[in-house]
Design a protein around this ligand. Structure first.
Ligand SMILES: *Cc1c(COP(=O)(O)O)cnc(C)c1O
Length: 365
């Protein structure tokens, strides 16, 4: 422990690090989430002892006793963020404090120990510095960072774990879509919902994703790319996709996105796009929008564009919507102009091509 009570980081270089030649080959065209860097960050927590053993070390397997709590009762949360290569060769994170705060919020909802924001930030910054050669430079490329935390007490009992393992791994990623993003077709699920009032919809936990997989499989069977969820009470209000928030663009140039009602994940991309759109003089409403209005407005032409957004794919145009009671095309079914403009504005800041007017970039080196 340091004298302020915070753990001191120990840094152990991976003796078997990937060769420069092999790394260059891997960075050429990394498939999302399949190529990883040489190191990982870990911190342990134990009740009575607090956070300890903060380490940057070689990326390696975890050994878990078969009765480790997370394997049975799914006390697990995570984050998703990116480090961007800047034009001068440096690198920066995008709004990492927002991820740190959301990680604490998720921890509290899952009755886990909230990791202090400073430790979260140090873990991510240190890992990126050690694995700095893994940050790709191409348009839309970045080093994707995955902080996560699992319950590690060895016990078959339903209660909050007394021990946790926090970790960060990193994966170089290319643009989710090469060139301009193709519009996706989404499936309106009336079989499944994602989150109910009072549930875990606004926490970033693996359980939400596990529960969305059957709906995603249904969407795939119906020939769609993604699923869009309606609210669990009235089955009427559009909430979000399995892992992305959603925006609507109207013929008067205004935008609308579902409000953070507690059943929607508060996306940092969502929040950033609201700020950027308002900065362009566009009106943005955070207000409920029903699936029936979406269909009627798409048919009348009042609705011009729709898009999904999140850290991984940034901004993805929605071209068509299908469901048992719905089938409609938005605009001409392709990427709209407002969608493209917002995406470019965000990427220009993240990749260091535009001034950082909002102080979002966290420069690492
Ligand atoms: C992570 C996530 C998002 C997007 O959040 P960003 O901070 O923009 O990456 C949206 N919906 C769900 C369910 C998520 O897990």
């Amino acid at each position: 422990m340091g004298n302020d009570g915070a753990p001191i980081w120990s840094i152990e270089r991976n003796a078997n690090s990937t060769s420069a030649q092999e790394r260059a080959r891997l960075l050429e065209n990394p498939a999302f989430g399949r190529v990883f860097t040489d190191h990982m960050a870990t911190i342990r927590y134990a009740e009575g002892r607090g956070w300890h053993d903060a380490k940057i070390g070689p990326r390696q397997s975890l050994a878990l006793d078969p009765s480790t709590l997370v394997l049975h009762y799914a006390q697990e949360i995570f984050e998703g963020m990116k480090a961007y290569r800047l034009p001068d060769g440096g690198a920066a994170l995008f709004r990492p404090e927002a991820n740190a705060r959301r990680f604490q919020h998720s921890a509290r909802r899952l009755a886990m120990a909230p990791l202090p924001e400073a430790l979260f930030l140090e873990s991510v910054r240190e890992l990126v510095r050690v694995d700095r050669d893994w940050i790709p430079a191409g348009e839309g490329s970045a080093l994707y960072l995955r902080p996560f935390m699992i319950a590690t007490e060895v016990l078959l009992g339903v209660k909050p774990s007394a021990e946790y393992l926090y970790g960060v791994i990193a994966a170089p990623v290319g643009a989710y879509f090469k060139g301009s993003s193709p519009a996706v077709t989404i499936w309106v699920s009336d079989t499944y919902t994602r989150a109910a009032p009072g549930g875990t919809g606004d926490a970033k936990c693996g359980g939400n994703y596990a529960a969305s997989l059957a709906a995603q499989a249904e969407a795939t069977r119906e020939g769609c790319d993604q699923v869009v969820f309606l609210d669990a009470v009235e089955r009427r209000w559009v909430e979000e996709l399995g892992g992305m928030n959603v925006f609507f663009v109207f013929d008067d140039g205004s935008l609308q996105t579902p409000p953070l009602s507690g059943t929607i994940l508060p996306g940092i991309t969502r929040d950033s796009l609201i700020t950027l759109a308002r900065g362009m003089g566009l009106e943005v409403r955070e207000a409920p929008y029903s699936i029936d209005d979406w269909q009627a407005d798409a048919a009348s032409g009042r609705l011009r564009e729709a898009f999904a957004c999140g850290t991984a794919a940034v901004v993805t145009p929605i071209g068509q919507v299908k469901g048992r009671r719905h089938a409609f095309t938005i605009g001409d079914g392709g990427a709209g102009a407002v969608t493209a403009r917002l995406k470019a504005a965000l990427l220009d800041i993240q990749q260091g091509r535009a001034p950082d007017a909002h102080g979002w970039m966290d420069r690492l080196f």
